[in-house]
Design a binder for this molecule. Structure first.
Ligand code: DUC
Ligand code: ZN
Ligand code: ZN
Length: 469
């Protein structure tokens, strides 16, 4: 593979900001310096006027993922191609432990599906059965398979939910072995009561998804998860945090020195529960879990990003089409047309995370570009055992690099995106800041909206110790 030289760009990492050239060879950054001279065999890219950023690290995706009776519509090929167009070169995706089987069997099956990935991918394991054998398998996953993070659900009774004893055992095992649990914190049992009552009253519209998942139940579960992790002496990562009450629990624990981390997602930062007032079934596009909250919660999330009580912005890319065609009902929100509780929970976002968050955070909220990089790339790489291979621009790191124009204005349109999903949460939203070129281990895979990558070029990322930032 030819070496690549990126010249004249403004390199911004979580801690640096300077102008220099970067030489990448055999996938790694070899030299960073002024006016690097190379021969004619080197692929040269001029980054004058552009930001040169480490590739984005999205630690929360569901590609080709089975979720109860539904399946997400993106394959690894389409989802990671969308990621690449949006400047994300590393994805950590969720893999299911098959019910009643070893999580290792789930990983084997996941590896078959991830073989078409266009960017580098790692796996988290979703634990469905916690018993002596699966706890032993968790150790094997961490030490042999490079899967050092585990998702545990406190919601969806009968489908994904674990009881507190199982949560505690999995947390303790992970913590003692350099792993970390990633918890979906909502009180599933109480939500189930609210759902049954709503349906009994004939409330079937999508907005009842939000009504039956109040923020107080996210706050309660977050507090409980933190206490269990504290007792287990294990690091904890709260996924898709959306509520002020949940953030208060995280902040309180972090102030006490507890190793709890939190991510939020662009939809919680930029959209509100007003979307559920859309007429007809259109609101189903916004049915994700937790649901969108109001402006007050949003203000808390922005505060958390400022104070580092929220450390990561990831997508929770969990795409289901609005329409049943062409992929079928299994992949569609239409399953819940007559019953909100049957709408597959999830929404797309992989392709827009970087520019959308750049525009909102840097342009509108005055965040430094360093902090932006930290949130979308460096901290996720650190917390999930990938740093310094991923998450920064440094000699020896992978040549995963994004050339970004902070001034270009464009508009989000689902029709112009690369996911298989048929809608965008942010349809029609103007954005300032655009991905111009993307390099994966030195290879240019996207240039000015043209695809140069290849299905299958993404490598599996065997990850190290998790929970350290
Ligand atoms: N939680 C997720 O993280 N993704 C999809 C659905 C859910 O509840
Ligand atoms: Zn979840
Ligand atoms: Zn998710």
């Amino acid at each position: 593979m030819a070496a690549t030289l990126i010249k004249n760009g403004r390199i911004v990492t979580a801690v640096d900001d300077y102008t220099a050239d970067i030489l990448v060879a055999e996938g790694k950054i070899r030299t960073i310096g002024e006016d690097i001279q190379v021969g004619p065999d080197v692929d040269v890219h001029d980054a004058q006027g552009l930001l040169v950023l480490p590739g984005g690290v999205d630690v929360h995706t569901h590609l080709d993922w089975e979720f109860g009776p539904s399946r997400t519509v993106d394959t690894f090929e389409t989802g990671t191609k969308a990621a690449a167009y949006g400047g994300t070169t590393t994805v950590i995706d969720f893999c299911n432990q098959p019910r009643g089987q070893s999580p290792l069997a789930g990983l084997e099956e996941w590896h078959v599906r991830r073989a078409t990935a266009c960017v580098d991918v790692g796996a988290h394991m979703i634990m469905l059965d916690v018993n002596d054998q699966s706890l032993a398998d968790m150790k094997t996953l961490i030490h042999r398979e490079g899967v050092s993070t585990f998702k545990l659900f406190m919601a969806y009774p009968g489908v994904l939910m674990l009881d507190d004893g199982a949560l505690f055992k999995a947390m303790r095992l992970a913590g003692a072995n350099g792993g970390m649990t990633c918890v979906h914190a909502e009180n599933g049992a109480v939500i189930q009561v609210l759902i049954e009552e709503a349906l009994a009253q004939g409330h079937t519209a999508p907005k009842y998804h939000s009504v039956t998942r109040p923020s107080i139940l996210e706050g309660e579960a977050t507090h409980r998860a933190i206490r269990l992790a504290e007792l287990a002496e294990a690091p904890l990562y709260i996924v898709h945090l959306s509520a002020g009450e949940a953030l208060a629990a995280v902040t309180e624990a972090r102030d006490r020195g507890i190793r709890v981390h939190a991510e939020t997602c662009p939809h919680y930062l930029f959209l509100t529960d007003e979307e559920y007032l859309r007429p007809g079934f259109d609101a189903a596009k916004f049915v994700m879990t937790p649901p969108l909250r109001d402006h007050n919660h949003q203000a808390h999330l922005w505060r958390g990003l400022k104070t580092d009580d929220v450390q990561v912005v990831s997508t929770d890319h969990c795409p289901f089409c609005f329409n049943a065609e062409p992929y079928g009902m299994k992949f569609s929100k239409q399953q819940g047309r007559d019953d909100f509780s049957k709408i597959p929970n999830g929404a797309p976002g992989l392709e827009t995370r970087l520019p959308l968050f750049f525009d909102g955070a840097v342009n509108q909220h005055g965040m430094s570009i360093n902090r932006f990089v930290e949130i979308v790339s460096t901290t996720p790489a650190k917390l999930f055992g990938l740093f310094p291979r991923k998450g920064t621009i440094a000699v020896g790191s992978d040549g995963d690099i994004v050339l970004f124009d902070p001034k270009e204005q464009w508009t989000i349109r689902a029709a112009e995106q690369h996911s298989r999903v048929d809608y965008a949460l942010f349809e029609g939203r103007p954005v300032t800041g655009r991905v111009k070129k993307v390099f994966l281990r030195g290879q240019c895979i996207v240039a000015d909206q043209i695809w140069h990558g290849r299905a299958g070029m993404g490598q599996y990322l065997s990850r190290g110790e998790a929970g350290k930032s």
